[in-house]
Write a protein that binds this ligand. Structure first.
Ligand SMILES: Cc1cc2nc3c(=O)[nH]c(=O)nc-3n(C[C@H](O)[C@H](O)[C@H](O)COP(=O)(O)O)c2cc1C
Length: 155
């Protein structure tokens, strides 16, 4: 069984829709067929980091709002807690991420890239990053990105 963690901070109604779109990847028939019941997508609140849970997973999908020119404090707290403990054992594992902002996501993107590069994780799909309204097209991209990471976890 491959386990993918969906680690996110989605504090508003519109960002909750993004997290739900990521979770919807687990219900895609084509992925279910490929996985044959061997894939599990587990939702993790960024404010509740668990080192053992990160170590035991096979891949990661990260999601955050942009806040004060950085990733959310919640996701930063997650990485602050687990980083040193998981850096070597999880190196090479696949990941992808979304960032939603209201005006400028530059700092959040830079932080996400720096942290995941430091962890040595392998980007398995293009990130989905945008500002403003959450449209169906964004949700579809997040579902597809998550499905791609899940498929990679099977390899
Ligand atoms: C305290 C605070 C700081 C924020 N800082 C940024 C920021 O630096 N860059 C940005 O693009 N959006 C910023 N935002 C906007 C959030 O990213 C946005 O509200 C969030 O993605 C949720 O989207 P929604 O308000 O459309 O639901 C900030 C929001 C808050 C509340």
């Amino acid at each position: 069984m491959a386990r993918i963690l969906l680690i996110h901070h989605s504090p508003t109604e519109s960002t909750r829709r993004i997290a739900d779109a990521a979770l919807a990847a687990a219900d895609l028939p084509e992925l279910a067929e490929l996985a044959g019941g061997e894939l599990e997508l587990v939702e993790v609140a960024a404010l509740e980091p668990d080192i053992d849970q990160v170590l035991a997973a096979d891949a990661y999908v990260l999601g955050t709002t942009a806040n004060f020119g950085y990733i959310s404090g919640a996701l930063k707290h997650f990485f602050d807690t687990v980083y040193d403990h998981v850096r070597e054992p999880t190196a090479g594992r696949p990941f992808a991420y979304w960032i939603h902002g209201g005006s400028d996501t530059t700092g959040a993107e830079k932080a996400m890239e720096a942290i995941t590069t430091g962890l040595g994780w392998t980007q398995a799909a293009d990130p989905v990053v945008w500002i403003g309204a959450v449209e169906d097209s964004h949700l579809e991209q997040v579902t597809e990105m998550t499905a791609t990471v899940m498929a990679r976890a099977l390899e």
